[in-house]
Write a protein that binds this ligand. Sequence first.
Ligand SMILES: NC(=O)c1ccc[n+]([C@@H]2O[C@H](COP(=O)([O-])OP(=O)(O)OC[C@H]3O[C@@H](n4cnc5c(N)ncnc54)[C@H](OP(=O)(O)O)[C@@H]3O)[C@@H](O)[C@H]2O)c1
Length: 240
Amino acid sequence: MEMELTNHTVLITGGTGGIGFACARLFAGEGASVIITGRDHNRGQAAAEATGARFIQADLSDLDSVKSLVRQAGVVDILVNNAASFPGAPTLEQDVAAFQKTFDTNVRGAYFLAAGLVPGMLERGHGCIVNVTSMVASKGVPGASTYSASKAAVESLTRTWAAEFGSHGIRVNSVAPGPTKTEGVAAEWGETNEELGRALPLGRTADPEEIADAVLFLASPRASFITGSTLHADGGGSAI
Ligand SMILES: NC(=O)c1ccc[n+]([C@@H]2O[C@H](COP(=O)([O-])OP(=O)(O)OC[C@H]3O[C@@H](n4cnc5c(N)ncnc54)[C@H](OP(=O)(O)O)[C@@H]3O)[C@@H](O)[C@H]2O)c1
């Protein structure tokens, strides 16, 4: 797929590390103007230099920060809702603050970022949203209750937004990754992620670039008749 996104601006939340960073590199290689976000300024600058993207500091768990991001970003053709919080805890040990933070970032942040950017897409008569969810949105995984529920909410939003905006030329889809080798997940889940990978039909974790390929496909004109769907990039995890 060569230079499929010339003249398109893509905003990738959490584009300073892991899957978001791999997306930023891939989309830039396809000719897109790329905007990445993250909370950490230094990490953001380094990622911007490495990818040629523009960095906007933003915390998706903070509504004022989300509103400011909408203002600063300007015209956005493709939104990749990728930033997320993924703390693990058994339900009986879940603390309220981490529950709140997870839903504020993963659901409320993604929701109001889309709500802020879609009016521009409606005006221009085209647009695309790819929500990065998770294999565990549709599976019961002990210790992942809050995170899984937040991602299931986003898959529901994918369907509603596809229905609300489809007649205006806006497509909305999800990519549901399986366990993927990123710094963020290694720090939070450690060896558990590798164990989840070994249990998949493909028997391994993904590289972030393999998830980015799925995001690019859904954002590209090759997916022009696909909306409201969830693409399982999970080594077969959802099939068993
Ligand atoms: N890796 C996996 O195994 C896996 C599996 C399924 C789904 N996913 C999903 O894939 C997406 C990316 O995960 P990843 O593994 O690539 O994560 P990661 O390596 O931890 O990177 C997360 C990115 O999001 C940013 N971020 C985190 N919290 C944020 C917040 N509140 N506001 C703004 N930016 C924030 C981080 O930068 P700062 O820290 O500087 O803010 C970083 O750029 C997430 O939606 C995750 O749920 C991952």
